[in-house]
Structure formats: structure tokens, C-alpha cells
Design a protein around this ligand. Sequence first.
Ligand code: ADP
Ligand code: MG
Length: 704
Amino acid sequence: MIMGNFSDDIKFVSGVGDARAKLLEKEIGVRTVGDMLNHFPFRYVDRKRVYSIAEITDCGPAYVQIRARVTGVAYAGEGRKRRFMVFVQDSSGSAVLVWFRGIKWVEKRIEVGREYVVFGRPAFFRTELRMSHPELETVEQLLSRKEESGLQGIYPTTEKLSGAVGAKVMYRIICNAWALVKDQIVDLVPEAMRRQYGLMPLREAYYNIHFPQSSEALRQAQYRLKFDELLGLQLNIQARRTERMSKSDGFVFGWVGDIFTTFYKEKLPFELTGAQKRVLREIRRDTATGLQMNRLLQGDVGSGKTLVALMSMLLAVDNGFQACMMAPTELLARQHFATIARMVEGLDVRVAVLTGATRSRERREILEGIARGQIDLLIGTHSLIEDRVQFLNLGFVVIDEQHRFGVEQRSRLWTKNHRPPHVLVMTATPIPRTLAMTLYGDLDVSIIDELPPGRKPIKTVLYNDSARLRLFGFMKEQIARGRQVYVVYPLIKESETMDFKDLTDGYESISRDFPLPQYVTTICHGQMKPADKEESMRQFKEGLAHIMVATSVIEVGVDVPNATVMVIESAERFGLSQLHQLRGRVGRGGEQSYCILMSGYKLSRESRARLDAMCETNDGFRLAELDLKLRGSGDVNGTQQSGMAFDLKIANPTADVQILTLTREAAIGLLEADPDLSQPEHHGLAELRDRHTTREEIDFSRIS
Ligand code: ADP
Ligand code: MG
């Protein structure tokens, strides 16, 4: 038997070869045998459990296995829409299996009248159970297969990869990779520490993560691998934090000048809330010290973060620096620009807006103005990070609603001056500090925990389809009073696999039930051209349209105080923080506002809990806490982690907050005793720490 190394090229593992190796690298970043072993299943299914068709509901597990006989086959659709359908039946009911790709291969293997074990993801189309691209085995094959625990890993894959490396091939490759390196696995965590935290040996953990011997062994394996990953991460973050605190290369904003003072005395249309004042003091203190500020500002929707950002930017201008503010969407950038330009009118501050839609002549002028220092405040979208945007002296950067920005994008702002500017990241989705550091690198946290006075709490109710007439009646009544209404859909078009309301259909039905001219409806969704979106927003903002039919593109920031009703269709489809963001689009003026959550009849326990929570509270912080709890127990496939400061393979900082906290304390303790981890027994830990530095040469301590 040949022994291999973790660093060996994956193409030499039997079952891989050149073509598959290329795909593995391109699609999931697996280049070596070690990468393959670190490609962990994101879920496991119990292959011993066979469901009867009738007992499957859309609230059940995400993957199921059934045993059913083929009663017939059919073809449907043309060209790229062509699909192959297989009708199956067990003693309890019937289902349809659908293939869109690899039809030739499947049709050869399907025998009408024969019984198969079918394994896949159930979905309901109307009331019919469907599975797309399930795995098939004959009953004989199933009986010949023997596994220890019946638990089978499902590996993350991509559309492209799954064509060439299906679930079975993937499993074989992992088996072969394991056999090559199983005796080379070195435990990086010192024995004493393993004992202290009750950690399974690393080799056993790798074995059980891929080939679980029992569900308990799997649990321990996951715990161990998550622990290592988060410990490495925390060692990394804490080491960098110590370094940042020991340096003093931040720009110094030494005084509060005329612009800030005049704004405060003459322009501010209202009294700052206590929380706003406190945060401004925190920012002033940071920026006066010579440390480089890296701060996360958390504040619920409507808590007045923009104003804090603006006043901080004015402070920068007072001290001879430029400032910029980056918003996640064109819509929001233009809205911020309009607000800010209005507020600083008459002050000696020059403001400009730059987005992807800025015309080339204007763009040239703005770029010149920025480079020469003739523009003090630049508001914009991603366009701000392009290389051709060269500031004369950028000192302060605001990033609004950060969750829409990737880390690489943010990091490029650093290169805009010879020293890194101060950074303020604003979010309406509160997260615990440890988690924030994992998501955004080393940073300090400020909180606005107070809403401006006089806001009326939004009333939230949960309706199902039978209340639609009542809903329409209510919308009409509000419009008759001069108010405006949002109706938000999870999908733009009808979907084959998901039974949710869609915008296209919804728009038709609203047009039918709300006749012109007393009801003007306008549309906004992500597939529209920016100019069309903006025009649609303008109509709504100016009150020319009464109903805005939209997708969640309007989730962040959009500000139309006269809108008082937010209807969210198929609300069970949205996450809690997204629902809260959407609700935040109303309740911005003096009028009583309403949020109406429309849902299907059948709700999973988790959806139910989310929607109930929305009805119970308007407090974003409480909702965020609950969200953590719900997600902690639920379905985690890693997708929501994109945009994080650090790549994590197995730990989910949201779900694994306890391990995160534990490893943070461990890291701080270790670094106090051995700051560079240079003691011999810490060499493995140093390796864990350095795993997180490989992603480009970005200095993550400087990204927030
Ligand atoms: P968010 O924190 O969601 O970004 P905004 O900054 O958009 O909130 O503020 C929401 C609204 O509250 C704006 O219309 C703003 O002018 C107003 N506002 C901000 N601060 C105060 C305050 N201290 N008193 C009264 N209204 C305020
Ligand atoms: Mg905002």
C-alpha cells in the first residue's frame, strides 16, 4: 500500500484523474489530498430509515429515502426545459421523480414495474411529492450494502461538479484519500488541552466526520474539528488585535472644527438621542488617539445611524481629511446622497455621489475632484473601491449595512491612502461581539440602543390566504387615507420546485383587484435595469404610485415615510433578520404603520417561531438573539457565511457561538503565556493559527 501526504495532488488518488482533479479545484477548491479530507459533509442522512410516501411533509427532513415501484415514465418540455419524469408508487401513495440533466443515462436504467430505493430531497409541487435528480438503487443493491451506522455524509458540491463527480464517486474518492493519509494525521492540539476540553483525537475525528460509526461519535468528531478551526481563528484574531493596539499609525483628528460645530448648532433638525451622543463620543475618542479605529456600529432599523456617520465624516473634514460612505445598493447610495447633500447645504462641504450608473463625463469630473481634494465627502456603491478612485487624503470610511459587502471588497478601501483610514461599519443586524470579530475581523463595537422619540410601534399580524380579501380591503382603506403600501415577494417568477408566491403572479392579481386610476402600482426587483429601478422608486417616493410590488431588494435602507403598510408574501420563506429589515421600511413617519405577514397553511416549527416572534416584538436585538437560537439548531449549509472575514469549513459562528466563546478565552490565555506560540508544545497551535492567514495577503486585523 502506498503512503501519501496531505500535500499530494488529488489527481493521483485513484478514481480522480486529470479531468476530475481540475473540476474539484475549480469548483470547490480541492487541490490536495488534505483538502479532500477537509471537505466535510454539511449534513448526514440516515440511510436505514425508509419513509412511506404519505408520511413525507414539507416540514420533515431535507433528505428522505423511499422504496417505491415505477409505474410509468414520461417526457415533458422542449429543448433546455426538457425533462424526464418517472412515476413511482408505494403502498401509501405516489410521487414523481424528475431529471433535467443526464436524461439518457437515467432512462436506460429505469425499468417500469421494478422496485427502487429512491433517495433525495422532497419538494411539493402543489400537493404532489417530487424529487429532482434523486439517487436510485435497486433493492438488491441496497441489501448488499453494509454500513456501520447507516449515516451517510452529503458533501457540498456545485451544479457543475455534481455532473462529473456525483455523490457516489465523491464518497469513493474520500475513501481512497483517507486510506492514503490516515496514518499521517498529527494532532495539533497538546494533549493536556485535549483533555481539558474533552476533545476526541484528531485522527478519530477525521474518520468519523466522513464515516460516522455512530451518531455520538459523529457529534464528537464535529465538535473536535470545529474546536480546532475556531481555536486557530481566535489565536489569529487575538494576536492581530494585540498588534494593532500596540501600534499608533492612525490619523489623528485633533479638534472639533467649524463645520462640525455649525452643523450641530444650526443644521441639526432635532436633538440627538442619548445613544447617538454616546457613540459619537466613542468615535471622537478613538480618532483622537493615534490608534486606527475599526468600529462596528450596531443599531436597530431607524435608530439614526446615518446621522452619526455623517457627523463623524464632518469631523474628518474639519481635520483636513476626505471621507467616503459606501452603500450596498445604487438605490441606497443615491438616497444617502440626497439626505446628506440636503443636510450640509450652506456648509463648506462638497459632496458627490458615484455609482455604476454615473455617466462617464460626470464620473471623470468626480474622479478629478476626489484626486485633487475638491470633493470632501463621496457617497457611493462598490464603485468607490475601484482602482481609479484615488483620494487625495482619505481619512474616514463608512460602510453602511455591511452584510452586503464581501470582505475582499472592503479590504480594498485600505489601499486608498498611505495609511489605513478609520473605518465605521454600520449594521442593523446586531450580533455578539465574539461573533462580530469572526465575521468582520478584529473590531470594537458601539451600540445605539434607543430609537428617536415619538415613533409609534409597528403593528404586525400573521395572515394566511383565506384573509386575502380582508388584506386587500385594508390596503384600499390605507390608500384612501393617502398612505402607501409595499407588497414584497420571495420570488420574481413561479418556480418549479418551490411553492411560494411570486411577484409576476402577484402583480397581475393586484392589477386586477386594484383598478386604475385610483391605484397606481409600480415594480422593483433585482433583475430590472438600475435606471428602471430608480424610476420606480422615484414614483413611489413622490407619491405618484400607491403600491410598490417588490422583492427583497428594498430590504435595506429605503426611506419613504408615507408608506405605512408592509405586506410580506410567503413570509415563511424569509429569515428573521430579513423580515425585520423589511418591516423597517414602514413606521418611519408619524402615522401608525402595519406589517402583514402572509403565509401558507403548513408551517414548519421553525418558521412558525420566526413569524410569531415578529408579531410579538419590534425589538431587533431580541429578534437577533432568537434568530441565533433558531439557526443554532437548524439547517446550516455554509451559504450564509460568504462575505466573512475568514473562511470556515465546518464551524458556523452563528450556530457554534459556545465553542467560539470557549476558544476565544483559550486563545487569550495561551497568548498571554506565549505570545508567538513559540514554545515547543505550541507548534501545532501556531500551525492552526496560521491556517487563517493564507487567504491573500490581506491584513485582516484591518478589515471591519
Ligand atoms: P438607520 O439607523 O436605520 O440607518 P436612519 O439614519 O435612516 O436610520 O434614521 C431614520 C430616521 O430617523 C431618519 O429619517 C432620520 O432623519 C431620523 N432621525 C435620526 N436621528 C434622529 C433623532 N435624534 N431624532 C429624531 N429623528 C431622528
Ligand atoms: Mg440606514
